[in-house]
Design a protein around this ligand. Structure first.
Ligand SMILES: [Zn+2]
Length: 477
């Protein structure tokens, strides 16, 4: 049986994969396939991108709409952070965390295992395999494991996990130990995922391109080198990041702004539940009321920090909005409105392009979550016996393509109905990359607001029925 390993560097941008910063990854990339046009899903936050990687679906369909979200059949007026144990409570009350099967569920149906080692947040770990107690496989995280009973065994054998320091190096070392000494030799899973929480952790606190971030990238690359040294030539390896990054332009207390504008709390008639998500924010209006949503949309469009603004099918046709379906957000948990903050391509003091407004942190720190092209574009590389060698592919690809491509390599069914596509042009027996047809469409909308006309666009590339959000921006002129 073939085996596949995925390694994620949280928040890594293509410009950071250099021989100087990341010698192990740069050499790996040069030998294998480099995807130069890979895409995160929107909002460009971690947990929903992890969910998209393991389900092959956009957030609209897998149902983890954002890191902070409302699930109305859980609590219609509560914006909660998707972390453990809240996710376990969501599972208990509604029966579902994700609305679609994960790789772990699908592999389990074929008698195979999926094992993840995740050093990010507990929510990031949880969404890799929410049904592990039923489907088998495992997720290993510093605070807990799924199945829960595994945690004591891991801690008993490897010790209590180290705390986070200025960088997360100690946790990455431990995660690498667990992958190479326990997961691979003993579990022998068909698919394993090692998620490094850097450079995200360092970039949030210290900024993109900061000395601390560079140190964290080097440390993560060193652990990647250790992982590679334990693999033989029979293993296919993907390297991916969940999203790109921006530098914070300014912080906006989005909930306070909404209340000041006269919209009461979400459980009141005419009220709004606000879910802040770094570079974006979601808005759930009381009973999906159309008039409230329309007034909120018009007010948002007039704000100096409002970028692209999407509306759900429940309130379709609100002037100036773009349908949520364009951005892959339409589904049973879609908020009435989803806003990306405004962004630009201004260069920060370390030379990295991309600034954006944010719901948290402060100027100079790092953030993501918006529809900036600097955040929607992330890294993807692949190397191994199933892949072509020394190839660069410029076709649009995305995090949603990981699961269907993995299932194709393993020769297993289950990826057919996914939003993502099989990256056949990267496979040894696949077609020429230049033969893949793709296109880019721009969706535009506008509306007169106080101070002028709000205009926005959302740019989407597609290959067949698979879509990728390139960028989206709004402004008043
Ligand atoms: Zn992330």
């Amino acid at each position: 049986m073939k085996s596949i390993v995925i390694v994620a560097f949280d928040g890594l941008q293509p410009a950071q994969v250099t021989l100087n910063l990341m010698p192990n990854l740069a050499r790996f990339a040069a030998d294998g396939v480099t995807f130069t046009n890979n895409h995160a899903v929107f909002p460009t936050v971690t947990r929903i991108n992890a969910a998209s990687m393991v389900t092959g679906m956009h957030p609209g369909r897998h149902g983890l709409t954002a890191n902070t979200l409302v699930v109305r059949d859980f609590d219609p007026y509560l914006a909660f952070s998707a972390l453990e144990p809240t996710l376990a409570q969501l599972a208990q009350k509604t029966g579902r965390v994700l609305l679609q099967p994960t790789l772990a569920d699908i592999l389990s149906g074929h008698g195979q295992e999926y094992v993840a080692v995740v050093t990010g947040t507990s929510g990031n770990a949880y969404v890799h395999n929410p049904r592990a107690e039923q489907s088998g496989g495992a997720t290993i995280h510093p605070e807990f494991c799924l199945p829960y009973s595994l945690h004591d065994e891991i801690v008993g054998r490897f010790g209590v996990w180290p705390e986070s320091g200025v960088t997360n190096a100690d946790k990455l070392v431990r995660g690498t130990d667990i992958a190479t000494q326990y997961v691979w030799p003993e579990r022998k899973p068909a698919v394993s995922f090692v998620w490094f929480s850097e450079p995200d952790h360092a970039q949030h606190a210290h900024g993109v391109g900061s000395e601390v971030a560079s140190k964290a990238i080097g440390e993560a690359d060193e652990q990647f080198g250790r992982l590679l040294s334990h693999l033989d030539g029979d293993t296919d390896v993907f390297v991916i990041s969940d999203h790109g990054y921006s530098t914070v332009k300014d912080a906006i207390d989005i909930e306070a702004e909404v209340r000041q504008a006269g919209f009461p709390a979400g459980d009141q008639p005419g009220g709004v539940v606000v879910a802040p998500n770094g570079g974006s924010a979601l808005f759930y209006t009381h009973q999906s009321d159309r008039d409230t949503t329309d007034r909120l949309a018009q007010w948002l469009m007039g704000q100096p920090w409002c970028g692209a603004l999407m509306a759900s099918e429940a309130v379709a046709g609100i002037a100036g909005t773009v349908p949520a379906s364009v951005a892959g957000m339409q589904g049973e948990r879609t908020p009435e409105l989803a806003m990306s903050f405004r962004w630009d391509s201004e260069v920060n003091e370390a030379g990295f392009a991309g600034h954006a407004f944010s719901t948290s942190l402060g100027p100079g720190q790092g953030q993501h979550g918006s529809m900036s092209r600097h955040e929607t574009h992330n890294v993807l590389f692949a190397r191994g016996p199933s892949f072509k060698q020394e190839l660069t592919i410029d076709n649009p690809t995305g995090n949603i393509d990981l699961a269907p491509t993995i299932l194709r390599i393993l020769g297993l069914s289950g990826g057919e109905g996914m939003d993502g596509r099989v990256l056949a042009e990267a496979l040894r027996d696949g077609p020429d990359a230049a033969s893949v047809q793709w296109r880019t469409d721009t969706h535009e909308a506008q509306r007169d607001v106080d101070g002028g006309t709000y205009r926005q666009y959302v740019k989407v590339s597609s290959v067949g029925s698979t879509t990728y959000v390139d960028e989206g921006l709004g402004w008043v002129e």
